[in-house]
Design a protein around this ligand. Structure first.
Ligand code: FAD
Length: 488
């Protein structure tokens, strides 16, 4: 039996592990941390259960399709709720709730800017086309050569997919109003670049947002990691936690063994799900690295983040499950993330309050809150800096809800740039990988297969198709298929 060693049990690692074990490989996953899921992380404290990573469940079909490969349905693992409103956006002078019903949303757009309803419909019809072509073809290509895209609908409809123009330009044709612009630009923030630098192809995210909806797995996002872990175990995958890989042994242009502090694991293949840069620049012997340090330094990374977990001894019903605080200048904050990296003067941030939907994540009568402020990668953080910005966000939330709650905070914890590095070996402390700019799309992403070692593959948010849970789930399957194809 051929042995595959997978480094990392993030969602992409779990996805690759399950597919390979199903195909008859002997699969071992070596994970640095003490549980599966990677960035789908959580902790429990004082009766609160805090998700530490993803909180937006989008594109539910990608999850459903993965489960179906193994004879399951989503409902075998968790109850999926569609949120309504999907989220709310707090502007300086008003708050806009985004209804899950499209007719209501169209009416809302019309109230804010007359004539936008019809334009929105047309914009979303194009976005649906991009979603369908993108999700059925584009994301499943390993991105090794431009030839992969030649016979595809992708190539035939290159102009319809709008790869070469920016999404911000496209959105400006739909709405003039600044608030509506920010609402339509928000989904691309998940892709780690500014709307000006993101191809209009990614209006497919607007389709995912508005038409496919925002969902929540009851019990918390960690339910997803549990589901993937169970599927991998069912298929016979073996796991070793608290086992960071520290290096490799090589034989004839291949990895022959993965090394941990006390063990040596002989292997026929390796799939690396750990942060690509960490494997390529830290663990692999310099002779076998695919890229140079300057290649990595020139990559545009998705932001890092300051995360703050709060347990509050009262209910804050003025908040929704998802709350975007856009009560500051979007472009100014983006400038301090991408152009002149610094702690932001006047940041935008996001508040997740899952206890508004799910009573299991906080004790009765209390609120579970997760604040996220995007930051430039590699920024130096400190307890004092993190606390300064935590205070700032709390003040802005208090201003929005119209009353103080700071004195009722009974639990508080920060997680910042440095923690991303130490917890996940994240390059520059990135939270969600590489930015999806045009120059970092498809064949221009770090390669799914090593350029120097013929039995090393990569899966996860730094390779194709990109950051986010649905792309990472797909990435694991694409890497596994690539390995299988190479054996045929
Ligand atoms: C704060 C935050 C919010 C997010 N919000 C959303 C959201 O709302 N919706 C969404 O879809 N996506 C969101 N994302 C992105 C999404 O979580 C990621 O894209 C996805 O989880 C990445 O999965 P992965 O498998 O590529 O990598 P990871 O989850 O990072 O997994 C990599 C694994 O490798 C392990 N590892 C590292 N080094 C070693 C080593 N030497 N040896 C062994 N193991 C090692 C790590 O411990 C980790 O478990 C968010 C991410 C963050 C951080």
């Amino acid at each position: 039996m051929q042995r595959v060693t997978i480094i990392g049990s993030g969602i992409a690692g779990l996805s690759a592990a399950a597919v390979l074990a199903q195909q008859g490989f002997d699969v071992l996953v070596l994970e640095k941390n003490d549980k599966p899921g990677g960035r789908i992380n959580y902790f429990r404290e004082d009766g609160f259960s805090f998700d530490m990573g993803p909180s937006w469940y989008w594109m539910p079909q990608v999850f459903e399709d993965f489960y179906a490969k193994f004879g399951y349905e989503t409902s075998d693992f968790y109850n999926l709720l569609r949120l309504d409103p999907s989220y709310k956006v707090v502007f300086e002078d008003e708050t806009v709730s985004i209804p899950s019903d499209f007719k209501q949303l169209k009416a809302l757009f019309e109230t804010i800017e007359k004539g936008t309803g019809k334009k929105l419909e047309k914009f979303l019809a194009q976005a649906q086309y991009k979603y369908e072509v993108g999700m059925s073809e584009f994301v499943w290509k390993p991105g090794k050569s431009i030839m992969e895209f030649m016979q595809l609908k992708v190539f035939k409809s290159f102009f319809k997919l709008q790869m070469l123009q920016s999404i911000s330009k496209e959105i400006s044709k739909v709405v003039k109003n600044d608030k509506l612009r920010q609402i339509l630009e928000f989904p691309v923030l998940f892709l780690g670049a500014t709307p000006q630098d993101t191809p209009a192809l990614y209006s497919l995210m607007n389709y995912a947002d508005i038409k496919l909806g925002t969902w929540y797995p009851e019990g918390g996002m960690y339910k997803i990691a549990e589901a993937f872990y169970k599927i991998a175990l069912d298929q016979g995958v073996k796991f070793k936690f608290n086992s960071p890989v520290t290096g490799f042994e090589y034989k004839k242009g291949k990895i022959s063994a993965a090394l941990t502090a006390n063990e040596k694991h002989s292997t026929n293949f390796v799939v690396s799900n750990a942060d690509y840069h960490h494997i390529d620049q830290v663990l692999i012997d310099p002779t076998y690295r695919s890229y140079t340090p300057s290649y990595w330094d020139n990559r545009s990374m998705a932001p890092s983040s300051l995360l703050v977990f709060l347990g509050v001894d009262e209910k804050l019903d003025e908040l929704e499950h998802h709350n975007l605080f856009f009560d500051a200048d979007f472009d100014e904050h983006a400038h301090q993330i991408y152009k002149e990296p610094n702690w932001p003067d006047n940041p935008l941030f996001y508040v997740c309050c899952p206890s508004q939907t799910d009573t299991s994540v906080a004790p009765e009568g209390k609120e579970n809150m997760f604040l996220l402020m995007p930051l430039a990668p590699n920024l130096k953080d400190s307890a004092a800096k993190n606390e300064e910005y935590c205070e700032l966000m709390i003040k802005r939330i208090e201003k929005h809800i119209g009353r103080p709650f700071k004195d009722n905070i009974i639990f508080k914890k920060h997680f910042s740039v440095g923690d991303f590095k130490t917890t996940y070996n994240a390059f520059k402390g990135n939270a969600y990988g590489l930015a999806n700019t045009l120059s970092q799309t498809a064949i221009l992403k770090p390669s799914i297969k090593s350029k120097k070692l013929s039995n090393l593959y990569f899966a996860g948010q730094l390779t194709t198709p990109g950051p986010g849970l649905p792309p990472s789930i797909i990435s694991g399957q694409v890497a596994a298929q690539e390995l299988i194809n190479d054996l045929q």
